[in-house]
Design a protein around this ligand. Structure first.
Ligand code: ZN
Length: 381
């Protein structure tokens, strides 16, 4: 059943504390899985620091499932600061301009040190728009890098920070001792995901590329499925193309990905998009939008027909509005605070405003997915 993953870029979902993340959403169940960015943690505090702190779960005190991206997307977003060869990518840090090199092998080493439950193969993200020829060439590199990622991962996956502690026998003992488990408690409602998370090493997911060309998406999906990975992502979407194209590429790729393994669309989207894609068969999605929008004063609400409304909380019309953001929302923010107060916090530059907006938006996304899961369960029964 589909899940939405809040993005915890630098081992932090911006402005939202872990204890809150565990209790937002319908029924107070919290976020089931979050994402952290390899590129950011590699630069700061450094993956070896995170390894010595027991891995990213223990470092940030998050017991539930986590996923790290490969660093590829961030590195390729550094236009002008990078150089690509078949070997890998040389890039400069956005923090201090220092020079670094990521290859599939390097990305695996970093992700193994971070120790999230799910790691991603290192892929090339082609620029948009790109010609068919250019996209096919880039896709070939992505497939080559996926193979190298898998080979290196298989040879080194036991170097994950919690490997030694992760045997069946020790698991019970750790539950008693630690308070923070090296292996996350599985949540019953997502068996497809959980089967992959119960092992004592990470799971490595593949990434389908192929730009905005359905024939290349098919070819990319087929090549990756041949590698028999435990899950597959669809990458390189929501990079500026029209929404119909995103939907078409997702639909045309899903056809070729096995239904019994998690299927993940990276970096989408608005609330109505995540609902639509989940109903098309996507199991996992992540997006910075709920938190990024919240920090810019943009909050989501439902109108009387269930449609999505985008509200700009800093508008003057809310200055003396005693109602909540969304009277139908069950989040802690809507249960307690008025639009007038949230507007005041935002206008006054109070950090609490960023937190409350983000909490509401994350709840909105998680509640949307809860409803979609219920509808899918209903339809399937
Ligand atoms: Zn709310």
């Amino acid at each position: 059943m589909p899940v939405f993953m809040p993005v915890g870029t630098a081992a932090s979902v911006k402005a939202v504390e872990q204890g809150v993340l565990e209790t937002i959403g319908v029924g107070g169940h919290g976020a089931e899985i979050i994402l952290a960015n390899t590129y950011h943690l590699y630069l700061r505090p450094g993956h070896e620091v995170v390894r010595r702190m027991g891995g990213v779960h223990r470092f940030m005190s998050w017991e539930r499932p986590m996923l790290t991206d490969s660093g590829g997307f961030q590195v390729f977003s550094l236009s002008g600061l990078r150089k690509v060869t078949p070997e890998g990518v040389e890039f400069r840090s956005h923090l201090d301009g220092s020079k670094h090199f990521f290859s599939p092998e390097r990305s695996m080493d970093v992700q193994i040190a971070l120790g999230a439950d799910i790691a991603m193969v290192f892929d090339e993200c082609v620029e948009t728009p790109a010609s068919w020829e250019r996209t096919r060439e880039s896709m070939g590199l992505t497939h080559d890098w996926a193979r190298r990622s898998k080979d290196h991962f298989e040879a080194h996956k036991h170097e994950v920070p919690w490997f030694e502690a992760a045997t069946q026998e020790q698991r019970q003992e750790q539950k008693r001792d630690a308070g923070v488990l090296p292996l996350r408690q599985a949540q019953g409602q997502n068996d497809k995901l959980n089967d992959e998370l119960r092992g004592k090493t990470q799971s490595l997911f593949g990434i389908v590329q192929g730009g905005m060309y359905a024939d290349l998406r098919k070819e990319s999906a087929e090549r990756l499925v041949e590698m028999e990975l435990p899950g597959y992502a669809i990458g390189g979407l929501a990079v500026g193309e029209p929404r119909e194209v995103t939907r078409e590429m997702i639909a045309r790729t899903l056809e070729f990905l096995p239904k019994d393994k998690p299927r993940y669309v990276m970096g989408v989207g608005y609330p109505d998009e995540i609902e639509e894609y989940a109903k098309m068969g996507v199991d996992m999605m992540d997006c910075v939008l709920p938190t990024r929008a919240g920090r810019h004063g943009l909050v989501f609400a439902r109108d009387a027909d269930g449609g999505v409304v985008r509200m700009n909380i800093k508008r003057r019309e809310y200055a003396e509005d005693s109602g909540p953001i969304d009277a139908s929302c069950g989040c802690m923010v809507c249960g307690r605070y008025s639009r007038a107060y949230l507007r005041h916090l935002f206008v006054a530059g109070e950090p609490l405003g960023l937190t409350l907006n983000s909490v509401h938006n994350l709840h909105f996304y998680l509640a949307t997915m809860s409803r979609v899961r219920a509808e899918l369960a209903e339809a399937g029964s």
